[in-house]
Design a protein. Structure first.
Length: 500
């Protein structure tokens, strides 16, 4: 069938997100959809004008749009070229289409507006040659550590979408579904990403996708799905994956295809990714994470906070195991507060872990003696802690034991400690005095320039809190007159401390 197609033929996209400098319109033949998906990626787009968000009374209907962004690979055959020139075709599913030749490393489609309809439309994208395409972006603001903010994750740089200069531009990940979808479009589903074997990144932050099939994408390095609505994923064959960001999606399942049969599990299944470095999955709902055993030597950040059903981990095709920090030789950050992943006794003995957030995990014993690299330890809301061995933890700067029952606390080896939360621990006056004496002995001139006004003035939010909440079941005792003298000494050197 013949359709009118906007053809941006010889014009090259010379600037970032520039569509073209000149264009001409011509009539071309676009093949009818005969069921052969070929090299097309399809996007199911919500065009109801609600942005995929349940409308409230008085909510105005918004226009429905689609404008993805793409990035392209350097030319392997012509080093003098920045990228391989690529032809991009988008069929919008409403009888219109776009074709453009791109020679820039990044390109954003011009906005396409749909008539409001109760039925979704299917837009299709094709890039020739297929190997030129490296990034498909339907929403990205580097949420939760994207764009290698750590300096430790080997992922490609991805341009922001919406860009910062958009009318509602903002910094970092401080956007919401409404602003992302109003700018990019509301993407309900994506199919046939496998048509692009050189794809390094797929981005869908804040989009309402429910399932995502990334199987067979052997070059994929990152999924950026921060605050999307993905519930099920397939990472089968993703051998190059470095980062998996499903943060705050509520994801709870994976699937694989074995012998033509789809097999689902309630795991985050990353067993085919031996180079994995970074997992972001707070507020998801998997029962476990399944890793390649090779990832024990590459994973540096593991974040699965508030996954209330997760109690163990698994490797390769093996059975469930207890989570043991000693298994991981690169894991500097382990953040699992609210996830009962550990048993009652935890050993930090790998000489690597710098930050352990394990509040509310029920840990009763922690052995971290001699771990000078450890800077942060959160065991708040653990209940009764029978053993807390942090002797030799000279690098410790933050210790959170709020609402715990402590038999005692020795912090004498942690002279860098500037944040200590002991709210509602039932501290005796002797222990309060002892802590103030020890902190004062460090002779530290505290720098709390980073504190907010609330953190400076609210006793329960101060960086060193020895106070208690109102009607606390285990209130801390106030310091004695001797303890008050050390408190005054600390405050004279800039310490922000609260006591009863």
């Amino acid at each position: 069938m013949s359709r009118r197609l906007l053809f941006l033929g010889s014009a090259l996209c010379a600037a970032f997100f520039c569509v073209s400098c000149a264009n001409e319109t011509e009539t071309v033949t676009v093949p009818a959809d005969n069921g052969d998906v070929g090299g097309w990626v399809s996007f199911t787009i919500d065009v109801t004008g609600t942005l995929g968000i349940t409308p409230t009374a008085g909510t105005a209907v918004s226009e429905s749009v689609f404008r993805p962004a793409l990035q392209f690979a350097p030319s392997p055959d012509a080093p003098e070229l920045a990228v391989t020139p690529a032809t991009v075709t988008i069929e919008y599913g409403d009888g219109s289409a776009l074709r453009v030749t791109v020679s820039a490393s990044s390109w954003q489609a011009p906005v396409h507006r749909y008539a409001v309809s109760s039925a979704p439309v299917t837009a299709r994208l094709r890039v020739e040659p297929s190997t030129a395409l490296t990034v498909i972006n339907t929403g990205f603001r580097a949420g939760d550590g994207g764009n290698d903010q750590s300096g430790k994750t080997d992922v490609p740089f991805i341009a922001y979408l919406p860009p910062l200069e958009a009318p509602f531009g903002d910094s970092g990940d401080a956007l919401d579904a409404r602003t992302v979808r109003a700018y990019v479009g509301t993407v309900l589903a994506v199919d046939n990403l496998q048509a692009y074997p050189n794809l390094h990144a797929f981005c869908c932050e804040w989009q309402p996708l429910r399932e995502l099939d990334l199987s067979g994408l052997a070059s994929l390095r990152t999924l950026e799905a921060f605050y999307s609505e993905i519930k099920k994923t397939n990472f089968q064959g993703c051998a190059a994956l470095r980062r998996c960001c499903l943060e705050s999606t509520g994801a709870y399942a994976s699937w694989r295809v074995e012998g033509g049969v789809r097999i689902e599990s309630e795991e985050l299944d990353l067993r085919d990714s031996p180079l994995l470095q970074d997992i972001r999955g707070t507020n998801d709902d998997h029962v476990r994470v399944r890793l390649s055993s090779a990832a024990k030597g590459s994973l540096w950040h593991f974040c699965k906070m508030n996954n209330g059903r997760m109690r163990d981990i698994a490797f390769d095709d093996g059975g469930a195991e207890s989570f043991d920090l000693s298994d991981f030789t690169a894991l500097t950050q382990c953040w699992v507060s609210g996830t009962p992943l550990f048993g009652e006794s935890v050993l930090i003995g790998n000489g690597v872990t710098e930050s352990l957030w394990a509040g509310g995990c029920g840990i009763r014993e922690i052995r971290a003696a001699g771990q000078g690299q450890l800077t942060e330890l959160d065991l708040s809301f653990s209940g009764a802690i029978d053993l807390l061995d942090i002797g030799g933890c000279a690098g410790l700067t933050r210790l959170n034991l709020a609402n715990d029952q402590l038999a005692g606390l020795a912090i004498g080896d942690s002279a860098r400690l500037v944040c200590l939360n002991l709210t509602d621990c039932g501290l005796s006056q002797d222990l309060v005095d002892s802590l103030l004496v020890t902190l004062d002995s460090f002779l530290t001139v505290a720098d709390y320039s980073w504190l907010s006004e609330e953190e400076r003035t609210d006793p329960l939010k101060m960086p060193v809190c020895l106070a208690s909440t109102a009607n606390a079941g285990r209130p801390n005792a106030p310091p004695s007159s001797a303890g008050l003298a050390h408190l005054a000494s600390l405050r004279s050197r800039g310490w922000v401390i609260s006591t009863n």
